[in-house]
Design a protein around this ligand. Structure first.
Ligand SMILES: *Cc1c(COP(=O)(O)O)cnc(C)c1O
Length: 405
């Protein structure tokens, strides 16, 4: 018997191909009989077609065809289905961040010469995006009082194509009359898009109130772990979906199957987390309202919050976000020292995870269409999942240490 000195990789395997070929050409499917709870992670750039006819018959509008991993995989599709169902929509598209989702709404629906209306309390980067479009792309962008209601009709021009909504504004918490704005917009043939991140799609159902497009920063509650960036756009109308889908394809944005699987994992306890954040935030906001250092609590479930009646009528919950305005006798330096003196509330952007956060905002520099009635400094709290007694003790200790009258 002659000795075979070839390295294992050099010997053909039973099917006539070598190890190096077979490791690349496995055709692994989930075997029949294997069953597990998680949605499988389908990573792909290339998607393989059974034959050329299948490749040639691709229609980009058809959401049930697999074309390229950038556009959809079974994992991202499952996430899209569940997110659309959550908000009562029909279609969903995923983006690498919430801001990218906002941006795609502009690119899909707006062109030079068009006019866009943005609420004065909108998420800062959306304002910045609008200003950039106005300067660089020949689009007019105007800011409106979020409490304008039906009065929005007076601002609509023949070239107005899109009205943004945000409810509540994620720093100042006014709750607009969304059904009124959406009704007037629809009568005048103007599309409405809501940044519905505050409600996680759980506490407010935009399509029941006549809104056309719902944008989510999935980075927040849907991710829930402060570890994923993702955005979603949910729609109910096929034509709007197709316009947004085409823009997304042209811009070349996509999301990873691994990130989608983590968001799918978090969605299972989304409602439980949201309710827990809501309870703790209510406890802290109520207590802060009794403190002499605080001039106003900005929480939409509180009667003195602008739009409280709209909130009661249209929303089913509030989550972990609220702001306070300090008494004007405190300087910004004292308020900064209060924030830096907190041990459990961390300083950082974004929210929606398990950890509590606190940030100062200078509201007058953030708005152009409406006066700001408060004089003192504003701090926004995001209330996480720590024991609320420890959070209250943390705030109390820092108030005592840094806000001596
Ligand atoms: C965080 C946030 C966004 C943007 O989400 P990113 O994923 O951070 O880009 C948009 N709108 C609101 C209201 C947000 O809080």
């Amino acid at each position: 018997m002659t000795q075979d000195n070839r390295k294992p990789l050099d010997k053909p395997e039973a099917n006539g191909w070598h190890w190096q070929t077979n490791i690349l050409h496995t055709d692994t499917q989930l075997p029949a009989g294997f069953s597990a709870m998680p949605v499988p992670v389908a990573r792909a750039s290339t998607v393989v077609f059974p034959d050329l006819a299948a490749m040639r018959s691709l229609d980009w509008k058809n959401d049930s065809q697999w074309r390229y991993g950038l556009h959809a995989t079974p994992t991202s599709m499952e996430l899209m289905r569940r997110l659309a169902a959550l908000e009562g929509g029909k279609h969903c598209l995923l983006f690498p961040s919430g801001l990218s989702a906002i941006s795609n709404v502009y690119f899909g629906l707006i062109k030079s010469g068009d006019d866009v209306l943005i609420p004065d309390n909108a998420y800062g980067p959306n304002r910045d995006h609008g200003d950039w479009l106005a300067q660089a792309w020949g689009i007019t962008v105007r800011y409106y009082d979020p409490m304008i209601g039906e009065g929005i009709g007076e601002l609509i021009q023949p070239n107005t194509k899109l009205i943004w909504l945000e409810a509540p504004g994620s720093v100042t918490m006014e709750v607009p009359d969304i059904p009124a704005i959406a009704r007037v917009a629809r009568e005048r043939g103007v599309l409405t898009a809501i940044d519905n991140t505050y409600s996680a799609g759980l506490a407010f159902r935009p399509f029941d109130h006549g809104v056309d497009i719902s944008v989510q920063a999935l980075t927040k509650y849907q991710s829930g772990g402060s570890d994923i960036l993702m955005g979603g756009v949910v729609t109910i109308d096929d034509d709007i979906h197709h316009r947004l889908k085409q823009a997304r394809m042209r811009l070349g944005v996509g999301v990873s199957a691994d990130d989608c699987s983590l968001v799918l994992r978090s969605l299972g306890n989304l409602q439980l987390r949201f309710e827990a954040h809501d309870r703790s935030a209510m406890t802290l906001a109520t207590w802060l309202g009794t403190r002499h250092e605080i001039a106003a609590v900005l929480h939409p479930a509180f009667e003195d919050c602008p739009g409280y009646q709209n909130f009661r009528r249209d929303f089913t919950g509030a989550g972990g976000l609220f702001s306070v305005v300090f008494d004007e006798r405190y300087s910004q330096a004292q308020i900064d020292a209060f924030i830096e003196g907190l041990r459990l509330f961390k300083i950082g952007f974004s929210w929606g995870g398990a950890h509590s956060l606190a940030l100062p905002y200078r509201v007058p520099s953030m708005r152009t269409a409406t006066p700001w009635p408060h004089k003192g400094g504003l701090v926004r709290f995001y209330v996480g999942l720590e024991d609320v007694r420890d959070l209250q003790a943390d705030i109390e200790a820092s108030l005592k240490a840094h806000l001596v009258a």
